[in-house]
Design a protein around this ligand. Structure first.
Ligand code: GLV
Ligand code: MN
Ligand code: MN
Length: 404
């Protein structure tokens, strides 16, 4: 049963609110950092307060079970999300799904629900890829779509590898990587998430069921140049890496428009990084998404050709195909919730990674009146958050309840 010391939605929210908040008002919660450790310990502690059986998989994702998932192989009904953030991210992207999962378990217990199938709550590691560049590294690792060799060699801006960060966080790397047994326990996965646009606000609905995730990827573009003195090098003698970069940023925007896609270069690194030195190299990270995978690929090819004309090299760092959630699960959720709206998204999620790995998955979205995400301006009203918890509770009861 729910321990009397387990806080409800408001208490869970209040406990997380100060963790990793920066002076911008946004959050800096990066994978395997000291802040991440606080978040992980908080999650394990909340699971313990509820008497859930806590276990970490081989990739460091955190799972907690109500009922024995190994007594009913492949039957687990799992919900959850992530607690890490982008730099100066909002408070809802990730945490809303984790807090709602715990609150939904509490709600089921309050009414004396007896699960016929085990219910799991999961907190995935490193969803945003803010530190090491590959999004959803925790779910990709456990599902086997990211190799441990590649993941462990990824480096953060300080040059620290993921292997070094994990070791510094006190983790033993023996066996780190895919964990088929952990994935096979999951019969259905439902991730609740704040909406990252304004569709629900426009139609006046609190909650929607997610249907699919647009194809998307990340590319690293390295522009070459030659360092020299800003005051003594004539313009005609310069090999300025910044020029190719700047031109490519503008070209990316125009190309995306042409192909009806989205292209963003939101991270850049300039060397040597002095005001008075011509850049010897510039690295930009490109993110491209769209509803049509062919158009996304065409956009990337055109941007690659443009960057190539400045001598740049382009390397794909991640790619996620067009992901359709399980249509029978989506329909079942819609039925259980009384025909709530359906929503497609351009944002990546661990639910998409699990769906691609063959797990029956879907999502619930909660209205965001600002429509803004990956920013401190991200918002959701308490009443909508509670409607989200109620919807999730209904879905879990339907999926984990007795048949018929
Ligand atoms: C994650 O939020 C992503 O869509 O990049
Ligand atoms: Mn995000
Ligand atoms: Mn998220």
């Amino acid at each position: 049963m729910t321990s009397s010391s387990a806080p409800g939605f408001a208490g869970l929210w209040a406990a997380l609110e100060p963790v990793g908040r920066s002076s911008s008002g946004g959050y800096r919660r990066f994978a395997w950092s000291a802040t991440d450790r606080v978040l992980r310990e908080w999650f394990a502690d909340e699971c313990a307060k509820r008497g859930l059986d806590y276990v970490e998989d081989r990739a460091g994702n955190q799972w907690a079970w109500w009922g024995d998932p190994d007594a009913a192989p492949g039957q687990g009904v799992v919900t959850g999300s992530h607690l890490d953030s982008v730099p100066d991210g909002g408070p809802f992207d990730g945490p809303l799904g984790v807090i709602s999962a715990l609150a939904a378990v509490d709600a089921l217990r309050r009414v004396g629900f007896q699960p016929a199938k085990p219910i799991g709550v999961v907190c995935f590691a490193d969803e945003e890829g803010a530190r090491f560049g590959v999004a959803c590294s925790g779910s990709r690792l456990v599902a086997g779509s990211l190799s441990p060799e590649r993941a462990l060699a990824l480096r953060d801006v300080d040059g620290l590898s993921m292997a070094e960060a994990l070791t510094a966080a006190g983790r033993d790397l023996t066996g780190f990587g895919p964990d088929p047994a952990a994935v096979q326990r999951v019969g259905h996965f439902v991730e609740l998430h704040v909406e990252q646009g304004r569709a629900l606000d426009h139609i006046g609905a609190s909650v929607a069921v997610g249907t699919d995730i647009w194809p998307h990827g990340r590319w690293r573009i390295d522009f070459p140049g030659e360092a020299n003195h800003a005051g003594t090098t004539a313009l005609r003698d310069r090999r300025d890496a910044m020029l190719g970069y700047a031109d490519t940023v503008l070209a990316a925007r125009a190309t995306a428009q042409e192909h009806d896609c989205l292209a963003t270069i939101g991270r850049v690194s300039v060397r040597p990084g002095a005001v008075n030195a011509i850049p010897s190299s510039v690295t930009g990270w490109l993110d491209v998404r769209g509803s049509d995978p062919t158009a996304v690929r065409r956009t990337v090819l055109d941007i690659t050709a443009h960057a190539g004309s400045f001598g740049a090299t382009v390397v794909e760092e991640s790619w996620t195909d067009d992901t359709r959630f399980d249509t029978s699960l989506v329909r079942r959720m819609q039925r259980a919730l009384g025909n709530v709206p359906l929503l497609s998204t351009g944002a990546g999620h661990d639910a998409g990674v699990l769906a691609a790995a063959g797990v029956s998955s879907a999502m619930l979205f909660v209205r965001n009146p600002s429509g803004v995400s990956h920013s401190p301006a991200e918002r959701a009203e308490l009443a909508d958050c509670l409607a989200g918890v109620e919807a999730l509770t209904t879905v879990l009861a339907d999926l984990a309840g007795p048949p018929g």
